[in-house]
Design a protein around this ligand. Structure first.
Ligand code: SAH
Length: 271
């Protein structure tokens, strides 16, 4: 087959480091009956080693040239969905199984869509009627800096809006670093593997998830300003203090629990 020419616009950097692939599969630990979907299979660097361990694998891919190549393999266990992952309703995969199996998601994602895609996958969780997630876990290869931000703890300079919102829905783990030389063509940035495990039971529950998201955005709107300043249109310094939170601190020093407390106070005020 003709050598494939990678496309920049689809963020194509194909993994070719056998050691990294094996390490990632070890971390994912696919079990034969798992319900699993891979986002952006490309030429199958992860797809085929994962398929060896599963009864069936779904893949979601946008590039028709890539899809053609995957189809030519005619792999009996591979189910190909030719769509943009950002538009794809992942719950259709869980709905079609008789036993309501939770979904496992993996992907070496194009870096430009990684944050919107994570929020797309987390969105069903923000439905207040639904506490239990239909996603069991997610393993993503992302830009190292993004994995650092998602997994950052309060007080760390990377801790921000992305950390709070993802950690509100999921347990987050930085698994391991991957250098540019592991890809073809090599990207300009370092990469890392992230594991997200949606909480079975959320440690802190906001009365209104949308309110939480708005408040977190406000609190971080000007990073160098204090909470009192960033939140002044929403709540007073006294109200912040009433929760045992210092209004002269910056948002980056607060825990996820603090943000949930603040958000619930605002929800109470408006009822
Ligand atoms: N998993 C492969 C390929 C990674 S490159 C490997 O590790 O080698 C990223 C892949 O995501 C490419 O196949 C690209 O075509 C695909 N992709 C890019 N944007 C996408 C989108 N919006 N939806 C689904 N797939 C997408």
């Amino acid at each position: 087959m003709q050598k494939y020419k990678t496309k920049k616009r689809f963020g194509q950097h194909f993994l070719h480091d056998h050691h990294v692939i094996q390490k990632l599969i070890y971390e994912i630990n696919p079990l034969p009956s798992d319900l699993m979907v891979e986002i952006g299979p490309g030429l199958g660097a992860l797809t085929f080693p994962i398929l060896d361990k599963l009864d069936k694998l779904h893949v979601v891919e946008i590039d028709r040239d890539v899809i053609k190549r995957l189809e030519q393999k005619n792999h009996p266990k591979l189910s190909i969905h030719s769509v943009d992952a950002l538009d794809y309703d992942f719950s259709t995969l869980t709905k079609t199984t008789e036993d309501d199996k939770p979904l496992r998601v993996v992907g070496n994602l194009p870096y430009n869509i990684s944050t919107p895609l994570i929020f797309h996958l987390l969105e069903p969780l923000s439905n207040t009627n639904k506490q239990q997630s239909s996603v069991k876990d997610m393993h993503f290869m992302l830009q190292n800096e993004v994995v650092e931000r998602i997994t950052a703890k309060p007080g760390n300079k990377s801790f921000g809006r992305l950390s709070v919102m993802v950690q509100y829905y999921c347990e987050t783990e930085y698994l391991f670093f991957v250098g540019p030389e592991s890809f073809d063509p090599p990207p300009k940035v370092d990469s890392a593997i992230l594991r997200l495990t949606p909480w079975k039971e959320r440690p802190y529950k906001a009365t209104d998830d949308k309110q939480l998201s708005t408040l977190v955005a406000q609190a971080f709107s000007m990073r160098r300003k204090t909470l009192r300043n960033n939140l002044k249109k929403t709540i007073s310094a006294e109200q912040i203090e009433s929760l045992g939170i210092d209004p002269s601190h910056r948002a980056e020093t607060l825990s996820v629990e603090d943000f949930v407390k603040l958000s619930n106070l605002v929800s109470n005020l408006s009822t």
